[in-house]
Structures are given as structure tokens and as C-alpha cells.
Design a protein around this ligand. Structure first.
Ligand code: HEM
Length: 464
């Protein structure tokens, strides 16, 4: 049954990646206390863009970490309704090991979000159709932050949005088709909205746990009722967890590796070999054409093609089993068999909203990489599972020493990437770390009703 989504209460990032707004700026803020945070949020609220149809030239989204909501005055007993991984945060020591944030990706080395930096309490995301508008909006945002006594912990500059991530591959092609939101063709599998936004049935037909409050704690009746009919009010409804990771990409190192591998293979370090090996690692050609459909060379006309499975390629002769996209979403290729595998894959989907960064026109060189951003209703089952059990696992799907060649955390002696081939497979050894984590946090992107509730928490309560 298709659910009715309350698009006017859900923030717009759920419905769109703002393709028509190629200019963006992200600001991480530290909130000193409820009065400052509430005052600022009250100013921001009318501008927050929802998932309802819109045509404005700019958009604003706002999200908070657990510490941010605590500093806005949300009581611990309400916060306790959030998932443990959100409350513990991305940089909890056990979690860092689990996510592969060790060595050079250790949070102690991060530019922001690490244990030694200022508290990452809030995330402000500004999107605009032209660069002048972005600068004007950002200037106004800065003025308002200063006026309300909120500190900018970091301003994250974003590259003008194109379709290509910094290694040179078309990105943002494969997204889940969401029941009740996306236009699905009959042949497409849809994923329930409750996999990405709280307060709607998820893939198991359940409502994911979220903070509920006794109705008297919301005297102004700002929050929506618990859809399960408990009589409580629902702070989580229409909100999503938002994973934000600044992933630095060693673009020169990536292509140097391809050139050297071409040399070792005995052939010239020619463009065809280097591109083909990099494509094997991603699972798509630079244009986006999937290797399962275009095994031998790039076919740019297939650049947006997402209509494929792996059953015709069980050994990975076209698209290696260890390729990034085949492990990030194995589709029908898990050992349980095609139908069960598709069901499993559907339990581990992400709504990706990445943007890239890198030297800009002003010559700003804070490195090059991806702001990996995704929405999920269940951090553990969706983002953390994919990161740990599929991408970073050296034993994924029958492999025995191959973490994700592109994003995986390789041992100090280097990673291995196996390219199945006849008569013999080829093993590429000594893969260096192409991607390092430079910052990050788990945020919550509240629904508009919950934002209104957060904005007034600093007011003294009337005695009843
Ligand atoms: C700098 C790091 C990364 C780079 C350069 C990268 C690059 C890519 C590219 C080029 C694609 C193919 C285009 C597409 O289907 O949209 C892709 C797909 C994907 N990536 Fe990444 N990615 C990175 C990190 C991650 C991380 C950390 C995750 C999850 C934890 C992830 C999850 C996915 C998923 C789910 C897909 C779609 C797979 C499919 O449905 O076929 N990626 N990525």
C-alpha cells in the first residue's frame, strides 16, 4: 500500500539532491546554549525548504547532532529515543574501528568533527542556482549566526555541482526508487519511504524507533501525533538520520596506480588500460555505463543506465565481485540466490546526496574529495552495515583479501584487488589508500514540526 508522505513537513533533501542548484556551502556550527540556538533557529525556520514541490532559486536545510539537540534544550529522556549509534556519535572509539576510521582516517586527525575540535552541533546546508546568490545568502547566514552568538566551527566549500566525482566518474546515478515519492515503472522494485524517513513503515513493515513524548510535554501542540496511535507526540516523524563524511580523495595517487599497473602488465601505460582498470574498481565506466552491460569499453549512451543485475555475470568477468558498486549494492549477486539477495539488498539502501570539493576558482586548496552525504532511517542497518560488512570487509561475497578497492581501508602493506578473467584472474596488489576520512558526524534532519519544537525550548515553561 502506498503511503501518503507529509512532504510539507519533510526537509527537501529527502525528495531531491538540488541538481538545479549547483552551488552549495555547508557550515558546521557550535551552539552555546538553548537561547542562542533557539533564537537562531526561529530566524531560520521560515526559510527551511521542504520536500513539497518548489521553484525557488535557493534552498536551506538544517540538521543537528545529538549534542546539538541537547544544547538546544532537548531533554535527555527525549534524546534517549534516538538510535544508540546516533547518540554515541561517529567518533566513538569502537565505532571508529568499525567504520575503518583508523590510521590516517583516525578522528584525531580530522579537520572537523574529531574529539579535539569544537563541538559539531549543527549543519547548515545552503544551495543556490547561481554563485552570487550563494555568497549573498551565506553572508546573511554568517551575520545571523554572529548576532545570535553561534560559532562557525567550519565552513565547507563545495565545488560547483557537476555529474562527476573527483576521480572522474559519473556519480549519483543509482538511487532507490521510493514508494510514494518516485515515479516507478512497473518493472522497478520500490523501497518503502520508511527506510529513509521516520514515522512511516520500513521494509519490514514496522515503524523505526524514534523519540516519542507524552502529549503534555508539547503544550503548544507543535509536534505531530504518533502514527501508531499511542497518544504520544512524535519528535522523530518526518525526520531522517543524515550521515556526513568528508572523504579526501588522492586523485593523483589513484591514476598513478592505474598507470603503474598498466606498466606491470607489460603494456604501455596507455589511456585504455588505465581507464579500464579504474572502471573495474568502480563497476562503471567514467560515463557511468555499467560494466555488466558494457564489459569491454565505455558506451556513453548508457551513462545513466541503472537497469541491471548481476545474474548474467556470476563470476564477475564483466563487473568484478569486489567492484565498488557491486559491493555497495550487490543487487541479486549475494550467495543466497537472486530473489533472496534482492530482498537483502533492499534492507541496505541509502539515499545519497554527495557533493564534491576541491581547489576552486579562488585557488583555495583544502584538498579534493567528496562530502559523502546520505539519508537513512536506520544508521546501523543501512550506512554502517554497508561501510563495514560490504565495503571494508576483505572477505565480502567469497573474496578473501579484497576490501573495496576505491574507498576501502587497506592494510599498511596495501590492498588487493582481484579482476576475474579467463584463463586466470589478475590480482593487483599494493593498493594504497585512495580515500581518507577528514571529518564527519551523524546528524538528524528533523521534520519542520520538530524544528519548531526545538526553536522554542529555551522559553521558560508556564507552570501548570
Ligand atoms: C570518495 C569515496 C567514494 C567515491 C569516489 C564513490 C564513487 C561512486 C561512484 C562513481 C558510483 C557509481 C555511480 C552511481 O551509481 O551513482 C558509486 C555508487 C555508489 N556508492 Fe560510492 N563512492 C564513494 C564512497 C561511498 C561510500 C562511503 C558509500 C557507502 C557507505 C558508497 C555507496 C555507494 C552506493 C550505495 C552506490 C550505488 C550502488 C548501486 O546501487 O549500484 N559510496 N560510488
Amino acid at each position: 500500500m502506498t503511503v501518503r508522505l507529509d512532504l510539507g513537513d519533510i526537509q527537501g533533501l529527502f525528495a531531491r539532491g538540488y541538481r538545479g542548484h549547483p552551488y552549495a556551502r555547508f557550515t558546521i556550527v557550535t551552539i552555546p546554549g538553548p537561547a542562542a540556538g533557539g533564537g537562531f533557529l526561529k530566524w531560520l525556520l521560515p526559510q527551511v525548504t521542504t520536500a513539497a514541490p518548489f521553484s525557488a532559486d535557493s534552498a536551506v536545510q538544517v540538521a543537528f547532532t545529538a549534542s546539538g539537540m541537547r544544547r538546544l534544550g532537548l531533554p535527555d529522556r527525549v534524546l534517549a529515543g534516538f538510535a544508540a549509534e546516533f547518540l554515541e556519535g561517529m567518533t566513538n572509539a569502537n565505532r571508529s574501528r568499525f567504520l575503518g576510521d583508523v590510521g590516517e582516517s583516525d578522528p584525531r586527525c580530522w579537520a572537523w568533527g574529531g574529539p579535539d575540535g569544537p563541538s559539531a552541533d549543527g549543519l547548515l546546508m545552503l544551495y543556490a542556482a547561481d554563485p552570487g546568490l550563494l555568497e549573498r545568502q551565506q553572508a546573511e547566514l554568517r551575520r545571523q549566526l554572529a548576532q545570535h552568538g553561534i560559532t562557525e566551527a567550519t565552513e565547507l566549500r563545495v565545488r560547483e555541482r557537476g555529474d562527476t566525482e573527483p576521480f572522474g566518474f559519473h556519480d549519483g546515478i543509482s538511487q532507490p526508487v521510493i514508494d510514494g515519492l518516485s515515479k516507478a515503472t512497473n518493472a522497478q522494485r520500490t523501497v518503502p519511504a520508511g527506510e529513509f524517513v521516520l514515522g512511516y513503515p520500513n521494509a519490514r513493515g514496522q515503524l523505526t524507533d524514534r523519540p516519542l513524548l507524552p502529549a503534555p510535554e508539547d503544550p503548544m501542540r507543535l509536534l505531530l501525533p504518533d502514527p501508531a496511535g499511542s497518544g504520544a507526540v512524535d519528535f522523530g516523524r518526518n525526520g531522517s538520520y543524515l550521515v556526513f563524511r568528508q572523504l579526501e580523495q588522492d586523485v593523483d595517487g589513484f591514476w598513478r596506480f592505474m598507470d603503474e599497473a598498466a606498466g606491470r602488465a607489460g603494456g604501455p601505460a596507455d589511456a585504455a588500460y588505465r581507464t579500464a582498470l579504474a572502471a573495474k574498481m568502480i563497476g562503471r565506466w567514467p560515463s557511468g555505463a555499467p560494466l555488466v552491460k558494457a564489459p569491454d569499453h565505455d558506451i556513453p549512451a548508457m551513462g545513466d543506465d541503472n537497469d541491471f543485475a548481476y545474474r548474467g555475470d556470476p563470476l564477475g568477468l564483466a563487473c568484478p565481485v569486489g567492484a565498488h558498486i557491486r559491493r555497495a549494492n550487490p543487487r541479486d549477486s549475494l550467495p543466497s540466490g537472486p530473489a533472496a539477495s534482492l530482498d537483502t539488498s533492499d534492507l541496505h539502501r541509502l539515499l545519497r546526496r554527495a557533493r564534491s570539493y576541491g581547489p576552486d576558482a579562488a585557488g583555495d586548496d583544502g584538498g579534493t574529495g567528496l562530502y559523502f552525504i546520505c539519508l537513512a532511517a536506520n544508521l546501523a542497518r543501512q550506512f554502517e552495515f554497508i561501510q563495514h560488512t560490504w565495503l571494508n570487509s576483505a572477505t565480502f561475497n567469497g573474496l578473501y583479501d579484497d576490501a573495496d578497492p576505491v574507498t576501502g581501508n587497506h592494510s599498511p602493506t596495501g590492498g588487493t584487488f582481484t579482476v576475474p578473467a579467463r584463463p586466470v584472474r589478475r590480482r593487483h596488489r599494493g593498493l594504497p589508500q585512495f580515500v581518507r576520512t577528514r571529518g564527519g558526524a551523524y546528524f538528524f534532519l528533523p521534520g519542520v514540526s520538530a524544528l519548531r519544537y526545538l526553536a522554542q525550548l529555551h522559553r521558560p515553561r508556564r507552570k501548570t
